[in-house]
Ligand binder design. Structure first.
Ligand code: UD1
Ligand code: CA
Length: 474
């Protein structure tokens, strides 16, 4: 098979976005739009992939580079048109052979399947250039596909250079092509800037190839939505909604219930097991994996986390970078911070925050607690208001709570500290020393009851009131 070289144009300024962020790094459906384009491109298993960046090249490189180790970036500065942009890839592609597939960084809906069709059509026809086209109701702003009497593509005319008759053509240039790599750069160098915008137009390749008697193909696609670009925040929002709906349809087709798909946001890398039910206003992001038969209630946000089967996440819980084993119940209003692990059947309740903490199987922390840098065994009961004092202003210290321990309400565990197996901590204790297994630790002021104190107090207050009334009269 012919080697594929992906080139993505992403040097445009994106002026209408009015943003400090390069346009292609704006998120749609939970990921930078450039990600979608690269995903479609990489589905061809390319030999190389190059993004042409201009505006804030470093940001683009930093954002996408790590996900695609093969990826190279080249800088186009200044931006003198689409042909000029492709020319910048010469240092990367010179001396190689194969097919170049050209994509746009701001056209995220293009499907991998369409890119494959483009490649297959191009190669099976032995074309020098194949362009993806679509027929649209409103072709305004796009280049038009001009065909000759035999139906072959003759040239592509930009809107601004088009005659009245050419403007009436509704078959538009997607700007997405496959080219033969051999001789591409030599041909690009023949392109002139004699057009309305004074730019190097990549579309001029069509006429040049035709004049050389080389084959130029056009491949019309059915759904012009795949070619939608993003130029403004409004279009960004529209794209977001389209992607969300697409993604949610996919998720539902795989056997997951989405109670309200219009308010459910599921990132492209998220996996969800069959028969899981997701209530409204849920955000599942990053590399999140959710098992089967889970229930995620309204308002939950889960980022880069793994949930096993049969997990219940109640309303308004946030989980980041953590794992939850099967049968666990979290929420409502639980905050699970990075590097936490909740083992099978454990319960974490309202206003409980975990950070870098393991909560063992069947253990419970049901109300108002902060557990940080803690390793908690199995069958532990963490009472309401328990706080690990894990930070001394300089360093974080560990707390270890062994299996079966019972930590009474409103206790502070001043780390580093170890609470022994099956021990008890009396409510309201400040624990600063290790507690031996099986012991009761109690650390608080002893209670004193003063009999009859309230009646004496009331009598004193009544006498005081009477004196005040006397002094006013006088
Ligand atoms: C181009 C096509 C037009 C097609 C349209 C589809 C040309 C001359 N025209 O229009 O026929 O209908 O795309 O959207 O090719 N870019 C660079 N460097 C540049 C210029 C552009 O990297 O110097 C990138 C942009 O970031 C964008 C893409 O190329 O991703 C297309 O640029 P844009 O200006 O949107 O397209 P047009 O030139 O208007
Ligand atoms: Ca332009």
């Amino acid at each position: 098979m012919t080697a594929i070289h992906i080139v993505v144009l992403a040097a445009g300024k994106g002026t209408r976005m009015k943003s400090d962020l390069p346009k292609v790094l704006h998120h749609v459906g939970g990921a930078p739009m450039l990600d979608y384009v690269l995903r479609a491109g990489f589905s061809l298993e390319p030999a190389s992939a190059t993004v042409v960046v201009g505006h804030m090249a470093e940001n683009v490189r930093a954002s996408v580079g790590s996900a695609w180790p093969l990826l190279k970036t080249v800088v186009q500065e200044p931006q003198l048109g689409t042909a000029h942009a492709v020319m910048q890839t010469e240092p990367v592609l010179a001396g190689q052979t194969g097919t170049v597939v050209l994509l746009y960084g701001d056209v995220p809906l293009l499907r991998a399947e369409t890119v494959r069709k483009l490649r297959d059509h191009h190669e099976s026809k032995g074309a020098s250039l194949t362009v993806l086209t679509a027929s649209v109701e409103n072709p305004k702003g796009y280049g038009r596909i001009v065909r000759d009497a035999s139906g072959q593509v003759e040239r592509i005319v930009e809107e601004r250079d088009a005659s009245e008759a050419q403007r009436a053509i509704t078959e538009i240039n997607s700007g997405i092509y496959a080219f033969v790599l051999e001789n591409l750069f030599n041909t690009l160098k023949q392109i002139k800037t004699t057009n309305a915008q004074g730019e190097y137009y990549l579309t001029d390749l069509v006429e040049i190839y035709r004049s050389q008697g080389r084959r130029v193909e056009a491949l019309p696609i059915d759904d012009p939505n795949e070619l939608l670009g993003v130029n403004s925040r409004e279009e960004l929002a529209r794209m977001n909604a389209i992607l969300r709906d697409q993604r949610n349809r996919q998720i539902m087709a795989s056997g997951v219930t989405l109670v309200d798909p219009a308010t459910t946001w599921i990132g492209p890398d998220v996996e969800i097991g069959q028969d899981t039910v997701i209530q409204p206003n849920v955000y599942l992001e990053g590399r999140t994996k959710i098992g089967r038969n889970c229930e995620i209630l309204a308002g939950v946000r889960i980022i880069d986390s793994t949930l096993a089967d049969q997990v219940l996440i109640q309303n308004y819980t946030i989980i980041r970078n953590s794992t939850v084993a099967s049968g666990a119940i979290l929420g409502p209003f639980t905050h699970i911070r990075p590097d936490s692990q909740i083992d099978a059947g454990a319960h974490v309740g309202n206003f409980v925050e975990l950070k870098k903490t393991r909560l063992g199987a069947g253990s419970k922390a049901n109300h108002l607690a902060y557990l940080g840098d803690a390793t908690i065994g199995e069958g532990v009961n963490v009472g309401a208001g328990v706080i690990t004092c894990n930070y001394d202003g300089l360093r974080k210290h560990p707390t270890i709570i062994e299996d079966g321990a019972f930590v009474g309400t409103d206790s502070q565990l001043v780390a580093p500290v170890r609470i022994g197996k099956d021990s008890y901590i009396a409510a309201g204790s400040s624990i600063t020393e290790d507690v031996p297994p099986g012991a009761l630790a109690i650390s608080r002021g002893r209670q004193v009851n003063k009999e009859g104190w309230a009646a004496k107090k009331k009598a004193m207050q009544a006498a005081e009131r009477a004196r005040l009334a006397e002094s006013k009269k006088g």
